[in-house]
Structures are given as C-alpha cells and as structure tokens.
Write a protein of this length. Structure first.
Length: 563
C-alpha cells in the first residue's frame, strides 16, 4: 500500500502513460489490490483493477454458497452492493475524459452468472473499472490517491466486509433466488410451462425502464387455473399455472396481454427481490418467436411451413441474406426446436400475418396450390401433440386460433379470466390445410463459418458490442436486436467470445455447429467465463445456448462490417 502511495507521489504532473508503472499487486491490510491493466489515456476504456479478500477478511459463511444457484445469487448480491457503494462514495469528474469514474458490471433486474464477482473456498474477488484521473495528458496524482486510499477502502468496507446486518440481507437475497429457481424446476412435474404468483407486479415503469410500475395492478390468478406450490424458503404460495399445450392470451388493447407475455419472456431468468416478478417463472428453454425482416438465414429446413418457392427454389436447406417476415419467423421456430425449445412465446403484434393465419376469403381468392406458406395455425396442434412443444400466443384479432387452443385467458384491466369454455363454444371446427404438410425434421448437422478477420489496420480481430445487441465479430456484424430474451451487453460479448473459442478449438465442427456450440456453453458453465478471455476482466455474463446459436445463425458468410 505504501509502495503505491510513493509511486503516485512521484508521478505528479508527469505524462499519462507513466501510470503504466502501477501495474502490480498491493496489500491494503483488509484486502489485496491488483492493478491488472492501465489505460493509455483518459479517453480510453478505464483501467481494470481487482480486489481479493480471504475468507477471514470477508466473513461470509461457506453454507451461503453450497449450491451453484446460491453462489450465483451471492455473487450478484455482492456486485450490487459494490455498485451502490460506488454511487455513494465516488464523485467522478476528476479531469479529462472519464477521469475518476469507477464501475462494476451488474445486470438490472435479472440475476445472471457473471465474472464481475467470483467467490470460492480460497478467496472473494471483485473486478472493477477504474478510470485513472488526468488533465489532458498529465497525471492527477492527488486525485488518484484519493480514489485508491479513501474511496476504494470505503467501498470495500461497505460492500464486501460482512456484518450481521449485511449477512441477513444477503441470506434473504439468496433465498429469494433459490426459491424462484426451485419454482422453475417444479414446472415439469406440475405439467406446466409457466407460473405467475398472486400479488406479482407485471407492468414496468416504462419501455426503457425495467423497474416495476409503482401503482401497477397486482396479479390475481383465476380460480380455474390457481394452484398452490411449496417453496424451500417462502413456503406455500398460490398463483396461476399455465399448463402444457396451446394457450391463448386475449383481450382488448392496453389491457395487459403483451405485459403478461413480456413477464413470461423474462421468466427464464431469476429476478432480484422487489422486482415484482420474483415468482414469475417460465420453463428455461422457452423462446420468444417473432418475424425478423432482413435477417440472415443459413441452411435451415423451413419446408414444414414454406414449400417450394417460385423458381422451384427448395426450402429444405434455405439460405438468404434478406429474409421476409414469414421466412424469418419460420426459421426462428425451426432453430428454436433445434435447441430443444419446449415452449414458444408469440405475440401477433410482432408476427407476420401471412405466417400466422390464412382466412377463408383469402383461400377462395388465392388457391392453396398457389400459396407456399402453411400458416402456424395449421401446425400448432401438431407441434404440441407430436413434438411436445407448447405455445403461449397473444392475440387480439386472430379468432381462428380459438379452435386450436387448449385454454384461453382473457386480460381485462390487467386481471386474468379463464374464458376457455366460452371460446370453445364459439370456435367451431379446427381449421385444416388443403395441401399435404412436410414433417418437422431437426438434428441436421449444419456448419457455420465462424472465421474472424481483423479490420483494416488492426493487428488482431476484435469482438465489440454496440448498443447491447449489436455484435461486431471482427469484420462481421451480427444484428441480435430482435433476439428479445438477450438482456445484457455482457451476454452479447460472451456470445462473440464463445463463437471465437469454437473457431479456435473446433474449427471443423465435426458434430455440426449446434453440438459444437452446446459443448462450449456447457464448458463455460462448468469452468467459468474466464476461459473465454486472454486477460482478467469482469464484464461478461453467461448467455443461454439458444442466444449463442442465434448469433451463429445470423452470421453472413463473408460479409464485412456494415455490409
């Protein structure tokens, strides 16, 4: 610690690159500081530091992280505690550029496996961004000393040095996450695909603010779908179970249909206490499906939905750089099935109309033998009865779906009502297509070119994230903006790193791209996100297999950035 103080004192008013001499490890009595990477100037990405504490120093009982889910919850709690302490103690604005900033990667309302805070039997490590202060190209040594010797110890004392009060809050956080994970695990034995607890607050503050709406209407399950579930810590709770099968969510505009679906989309993740959706869970493999104009498709068999195209183009191995709404939605479903999806989440507002329905009047005007599209309406039952794939569909205008639904839930002023019997009485016969249907085939061993090339005038290829869901993979740009269950830029970069890892370790993809990526994701889950990086950093978050495969499926062969 005193060595660092002496080094800083000798750097007053020297050139900014002199900061490079600080890299190393320093003992701060109650923790150890590692300065892992020093930025080149005040405008560059902040420096990376990490702090390590032994078990005696942090004082967290080992029983708090006996299971993987408990460890993830605890690391999340500590990361949020550091974030809160930074906001309290770090003033920032200490010079040019980003001088004086301090950050740690956290994830909003959801809890993800990250590498910002890592805890094991040996030590607790927290990784931060630390913007060393400078004025132009000159070092502000006194400001840096304040950050190192006043603010950083205050942050560590408040967030990582356990007290009886912090241990109580920590245990409550862990128990809540473990309950939600347990609830999701019970869905299969309950023959359900989703559960929404009574009292949940589903509406969000706004479209860009994921916090709960302050005066949001609490959820109350209809009696026909209400069940009781016992959780390890909270005990007995009640709520609405959405069983396996085909479920419609209907109702007038602005009554909460899409709000419910949005909560179910996010129900694949655990949520922090106070979010309002702590006990909203969806089967972990559920995938939100939508139309995605202009996306890239690589050799996907979309023939179950779209037969031979004009010009006798086959669709059993369909590729395009500019998909239509219907071809993209068909590909999205087939790709989800390849990833062992067991529940499709669909909103008619973001779907291609001609992919969803084809009414009787249009069938009279355009004969079936002239229409290559078999709408989802005609295959939704088959997906469930033959493949075990459930569906939850939000619809306000497609009445034909009433005839293929197992249950219909109506939203009225954010409150659900089971109107299944009424819907069956008015639905009529199930619609049937006039033309033969191609079988669903999955498991084909497709290969995707994961080669990465540096941009001009770069020595090595870089992986960067723009706007959370735009991934720059060397010269290639992968647009994941419509992959709606991808939450965090740390997940997006991890996806790019997994693609690169597969390219380097399994370039031949002997088992096909899907199995190759699945093995990589499983290895990251077991060994940690650090295997993806050549240096120490704390900004990555674990994605699902589906989102990793989605990125590979959207790689344009040979396409360069911006093309």
């Amino acid at each position: 610690m005193e060595k660092l103080r002496t080094l800083l004192h000798g750097m007053k008013n020297k050139g900014y690159k002199t900061y490079k001499q600080l890299q190393g490890t320093y003992n701060f009595h109650r923790f150890q500081l590692s300065i892992d990477h020093v930025q080149g100037d005040p405008f560059a990405l902040p420096s990376r530091i990490s702090v390590q504490l032994s078990g005696d120093q942090h004082g967290i009982p080992p029983l708090f992280w006996e299971k993987r889910i408990q460890q993830t919850a605890l690391e999340d709690f500590l990361g949020r505690a550091i974030h809160t302490a930074i906001k309290k103690h770090v003033k920032g604005g200490r010079g040019t550029g980003r001088s004086g900033e301090m950050e740690i990667s956290i994830n909003g309302q959801q809890v993800l496996q990250r590498n910002a805070v890592l805890l094991d039997d040996q030590q607790l490590e927290a990784r931060l961004l630390f913007a060393l202060p400078g004025s132009g190209r000159s070092i502000l040594a006194d400001e840096a000393a304040t950050m190192f010797f006043t603010e950083l110890p205050q942050i560590i004392d408040e967030s990582l040095i356990s007290t009886q009060n912090s241990l109580l809050k920590m245990k409550q956080h862990i128990d809540q996450i473990e309950d939600q994970d347990n609830l999701r695990g019970q869905l299969k034995q309950l023959n359900g695909v989703a559960f929404i607890a009574d009292g949940s607050i589903l509406p969000r503050h706004s479209g860009i603010d994921d916090h709960p709406l302050i005066d949001g209407v609490p959820f109350k399950a209809p009696e026909e779908l209400k069940i009781n579930v016992k959780l390890p810590h909270r005990g007995l709770i009640s709520g609405m179970l959405i069983p396996t099968g085909v479920t419609l969510i209907v109702g007038g505009g602005f009554h909460g249909k899409s709000t419910v679906l949005h909560a179910l989309e996010r129900g694949i993740y655990n949520h922090i206490p106070g979010d309002g959706r702590e006990l909203v869970t969806t089967t972990a493999s559920a995938v939100k499906i939508r139309a995605e104009d202009h996306r890239t498709i690589n050799h996907v068999n979309i023939s179950p939905f779209i037969a031979t195209l004009p010009g006798k183009r086959t669709t059993e191995s369909f590729s395009t750089d500019n998909a239509s709404g219907s071809t993209s939605q068909a590909a999205n479903i087939i790709e989800a099935l390849e990833c062992n999806c067991t529940c499709l989440l669909i909103d008619e507002d973001t779907s291609a109309t001609n992919f969803m329905i084809r009414d009787q009047r249009m069938r009279k005007l355009v004969p079936d033998n002239q229409e290559p599209i078999t709408p989802l309406l005609y295959r939704i039952r088959e997906l469930y009865e033959n493949k075990g794939i459930s569906s939850i569909i939000v619809t306000g205008g497609s009445g034909d779906y009433l005839a293929v639904a197992d249950r219909v839930i109506m939203l009225d002023n954010y409150q659900p009502f089971d109107v299944s019997e009424k819907a069956k009485s008015i639905a009529g016969r199930k619609p049937m297509p006039a033309t033969p249907r191609m079988p669903f085939k999955t498991g084909q061993q497709r290969q995707v070119d994961l080669t990465i090339h540096p941009l001009p005038r770069q020595r090595e290829a870089k992986i960067q994230v723009r706007e959370q869901r735009l991934l720059e993979y060397g010269q290639k740009r992968i647009d994941l903006s419509q992959v709606e269950q991808l939450l965090d830029s740390g997940q997006t970069e991890a996806i790019g790193r997994i693609l690169l890892w597969c390219h380097r370790h399994h370039p031949e993809q002997k088992l096909g791209v899907l199995d190759t990526l699945q093995q990589a994701v499983e290895q990251v889950e077991q060994q940690g996100l650090d295997i993806l990086l050549p240096w120490k950093a704390g900004h990555l978050a674990l994605p699902r297999l589906y989102e990793v495969v989605a990125a590979a499926n959207r790689l344009r062969p040979g396409a360069e950035k911006g093309v």
